[in-house]
Design a protein around this ligand. Structure first.
Ligand code: FES
Length: 572
């Protein structure tokens, strides 16, 4: 692109009063006049926040990006956007993903930005930034913050998935509070996001699989100096992308989404991947449905031996060769000629990849598990689909199971009764949790991997089927059916399940069936009342009135698609 065609010339290329205003106030930051003379302006969209500890090192990362941008002849300008820290935000960061995406979209469009680097880390910071940027569609590239170093506790490696194990051990009285407190510091011992294949790592792999990053982005640990090198090189590359006018929509093609789906199955990525990918596809105008996930995942075995589906951590993944190794192994199944952010095809990017540890990264001939990473089940209990991660099950025999429902009407009911010694439950029961969906909670929290009742833990039970309209942390595990759509709060059949009803789960045949007749369901429906949500103002009210169902990505209905990069009114 010629310099005088740059979008930012609509600001800095002007003369007279307007140009004076646009440039003069920028000069108070100490920029010389020549930086306004046709250099591509690169926005660095930063989710740094001390309230988002996974992104706490992003100021340094942004500096590395800036070095690359200056070096390539661009003019970097960093700006903050709403940052969603998974661990602190209540009731759930997912409630604000779409809000943050609006911040990103409007910030990019409203400012003199020719290309943008998205700094993403903790779970929701990746999809919110990618969704927002997709609705503007200027040249865009992502740098992930990178995972933490592997935790070490009493000689053992630990990561976020161990939180669930520690918690169950504590509930059983096997470890003390003091030991738990020690483990906290041992687990989070460096900068970065969760070190397992949780949602943050899944999102980092997703953006690399989609072609939105330089190769190797996903796995480099935050504390490794090569993470900064990655950021530096990304800064250089975005300037070229602006010159080539390589926009997001040229990278985010249908084929790129299909690649991401297959690769996510191979790495055992989080179930949250489904919701976020559907939402991103909706923004960029790619027609994607749950059926694509089922069709594309069914032949993909698990290739990556990372927690929670396996035993290793992201650090090990990087040392074993990282995502390019998995891509190379899968290349015959993928669309190998899609263009990625560095201007090369996916096949070109992984051509020299080499696996340095076959215990960490398996092959199609010798996979880590033959169970696929993700499956979509349907039936009268989930007419629009539900999601399960078979590779995270601790009892694969539960993949085909019929059991009696033990129903919790909402999260409070679950908390109040789960450990009741009189709860009528055994290991063959199926735990059902209602009203934790996009609208019902609201915000679809990660509570789907319900704890097991204390009395069953004491008997040594390690896994049961759990079904809900909520989500599960990507670090969680177990035989957990999630994202049931339609959710209970909009009157899906999930709302009508009662204690003692039989439910059949048959993952191989992709079936989730409530053994209750249509007549009886109609009878129950006649008594069903929508919840009084109790919200009548502000963003939460907007969310409740506009959020779509899980199978559509739980985006706000009016945010689907994009408005491009044109500023609608120019008051100056
Ligand atoms: Fe931020 Fe896990 S809490 S990635």
């Amino acid at each position: 692109m010629e310099d005088n065609k740059l979008r930012s010339r609509g600001w800095f290329g002007k003369s007279g009063k307007d140009g004076f205003i646009y440039r003069a106030w920028m000069k108070n930051q100490g920029y010389p006049a020549d930086v306004f003379e046709g250099r591509p302006i690169i926005g660095i969209c930063n989710t740094f926040s001390e309230l988002t500890p996974c992104n706490g090192h992003f100021r340094e990362l942004a500096e590395a990006v800036k070095r690359g941008v200056w070096e390539a002849g661009g003019f970097p300008l960093e700006f903050p956007v709403m940052s969603l820290g998974e661990t602190l935000i209540k009731p759930t960061a997912m409630l604000y993903r779409n809000l943050a995406s609006m911040d990103v979209e409007e910030s990019i469009r409203a400012n003199p930005i020719d290309g943008v680097v998205l700094l993403c880390g903790c779970d929701k910071t990746t999809p919110s930034l990618v969704m927002g940027a997709a609705s503007v569609n200027i040249p865009t590239i992502v740098v992930s913050g990178g995972p933490m170093l592997t935790g070490r506790y009493r000689g053992k490696t630990i990561g976020t998935s161990d939180v669930w194990r520690f918690s169950e051990m504590h509930r059983k009285g096997e470890i003390s509070q003091e030991e738990l407190t020690t483990a906290e510091a041992c687990m989070c011992r460096s900068n970065g996001h969760c070190a397992v294949m949780g949602t943050a790592s899944t999102m980092a792999c997703m953006v690399e699989s989609l072609g939105l990053t330089l190769p190797e982005n996903a796995a480099i640990p935050a504390a490794d100096s090569r993470r900064k090198v990655q950021a530096h090189l990304t800064g250089r590359r975005i300037v070229e992308m602006v010159k080539e006018d390589l926009r997001m929509s040229q990278i985010l093609t249908k084929e790129a989404f299909e690649n991401a789906i297959m690769l996510n199955a191979a790495i055992g990525g989080s179930t949250n991947f489904v919701i976020h990918l559907l939402a991103i596809a909706g923004r960029i105008g790619v027609d994607l449905s749950l059926d694509h996930f089922n069709d594309l995942c069914s032949k993909v075995p698990l290739l990556l031996n990372l927690q929670p589906s396996g035993g290793y951590f992201m650090e090990d993944f990087y040392y074993a060769g990282g995502l390019p190794v998995v891509i190379k192994e899968m290349i015959g199944m993928l669309h190998d000629n899609v263009i990625t952010a560095n201007g090369k095809t996916m096949a070109e990017n992984c051509a020299s990849a080499e696996c340095f540890d076959t215990d960490v990264i398996g092959t199609l001939q010798d996979p880590v598990k033959t169970l696929t990473g993700l499956a979509v089940v349907r039936g009268n209990l989930a007419e629009n689909g539900a999601v399960i991660k078979p590779s995270a099950s601790l009892k694969p025999e539960l993949m085909q199971h019929r059991g009696k429902a033990v129903v919790f009407e909402d999260i409070d009911d679950y908390k109040a009764r789960l450990d009741d010694p009189d709860l009528d439950v055994d290991e063959n029961s199926i735990l059902v949790l209602k009203n934790v969906g996009p609208k019902g909670y609201p915000g679809m929290p990660e509570v789907g991997n319900m704890s097991l009742p204390k009395k069953l833990l004491a008997q040594g039970v390690i896994d049961m089927i759990r079904i809900s309209d909520g989500r599960m942390s990507g670090t969680g595990f177990g035989t957990v059916v999630l994202h049931v759509s339609p959710e209970a709060a909009v009157g899906g059949n999930l709302a009508l399940v009662q204690d003692g009803d039989f439910i059949e789960l048959d993952v191989e045949n992709r079936r989730l069936h409530l053994e209750v007749s249509d007549e009886e369901l109609s009878r129950r429906r006649s008594f069903w009342q929508p919840l009084d949500m109790g919200y009548n103002r502000g963003y939460v009210n907007l969310h409740i009135n506009h959020v779509t169902q899980a199978h559509e990505g739980a985006d706000l209905d009016f945010l689907r698609g994009g408005s491009g990069d044109k500023v609608t009114r120019d008051s100056h």
